[in-house]
Design a protein around this ligand. Structure first.
Ligand SMILES: C[S@@+](CC[C@H](N)C(=O)[O-])C[C@H]1O[C@@H](n2cnc3c(N)ncnc32)[C@H](O)[C@@H]1O
Length: 257
């Protein structure tokens, strides 16, 4: 998508209505509307930055996984009013809320994402703060699985905890100190640290911390994708943002680049 189209898209978004209803069980809601809506808009901007690096002229299909209760999806609907949106989360209430309030298709998640078969491929897959909760093996397997559902020349935009999270954790701890020290040690030794939340050991869900090099190592193992960008603290000045293009890494040049 060229810059002028991206500017048009963002200009139209500025005057569009963004859903302001908050679900009573939205786990991302912390009582601060300014923060909540800025995070959602920040995700949209990260996606648009990805779009200007790919060949897609327009977005017709978009997957938000995990959608939560639409913190980001409400901005996607405002920016892509005609697009076919698909909302997926392991929490059915979150999916139902997005479908009912934003219009689109819903898909309940699976604790093993590689078992989930999507009904079609997508121009854009947005994965906001899911890999931030997974160990290296599941990040590799789930990212590989999702990359298979990106349309030719489409993009997958995913977020990770990188160096920005080390500072963030000092101010807003996300996990107990012992577990955090374990994550930091693993991160320093291997580039990828992870620990389960104490109450989520059964399904291995916790906090991860990954270096750009460890992510590149994973991504280089995925066939048919090109790294379009790695933006440290590219979402909310906190999480790192990776944009992958479903574009042959050795194929022809993108004409305007
Ligand atoms: C940190 S929240 C992020 C939600 C949303 N992306 C946002 O930014 O507001 C993580 C979400 O991942 C969902 N989740 C956890 N495991 C999942 C899985 N296996 N498949 C789909 N969603 C999952 C949770 O229910 C939760 O809504």
């Amino acid at each position: 998508m060229d810059f002028s189209r991206a500017v048009e898209l963002l200009t139209a978004y500025q005057s569009a209505k963004v859903l302001d209803a908050i679900a009573s069980d939205d786990a991302m809601w912390r009582g601060d509307g300014e923060w909540y809506f800025a995070i959602g808009e920040g995700a949209l901007r990260a996606i648009v930055r990805g779009l200007v690096a790919c060949r897609l002229p327009a977005v017709t299909t978009l997957l938000d996984l995990p959608c939560g209760h639409g913190r980001v999806a409400r901005h996607l609907r405002a920016a892509f009013p005609q697009a076919r949106l698909t909302f997926c989360d392991i929490n059915p209430s979150a999916v139902d809320f997005c479908v009912a309030r934003l219009g689109g298709e819903g898909l309940y998640g699976n604790s093993d994402l590689t078992r989930l078969v999507f009904p079609h491929r997508f121009d854009v897959i947005w994965v906001g703060s899911l890999f931030t909760h997974l160990d290296r093996e599941r990040t590799r397997d789930w990212l590989t699985h999702l990359a298979g559902f990106v349309e030719d020349d489409g993009i997958l935009v995913a977020t990770f905890h990188g160096r920005g999270t080390i500072d963030m954790h000092r101010r807003y701890p996300m996990i107990g100190e012992d577990r955090w020290r374990h994550i930091l040690r693993q991160f320093e030794e291997t580039g990828y640290g992870y620990a389960d939340y104490p109450d989520r050991q059964d399904d291995h869900y916790g906090i991860s911390l990954s270096s750009p090099a460890s992510m590149m190592d994973i991504i280089y193992g995925i066939k048919g994708v090109r790294v379009l960008s790695y933006h440290e603290r590219g979402w909310d000045d906190h999480q790192d943002v990776v944009v992958l293009g479903r574009t042959d890494p050795l194929g022809p040049r993108i004409p305007w680049m």
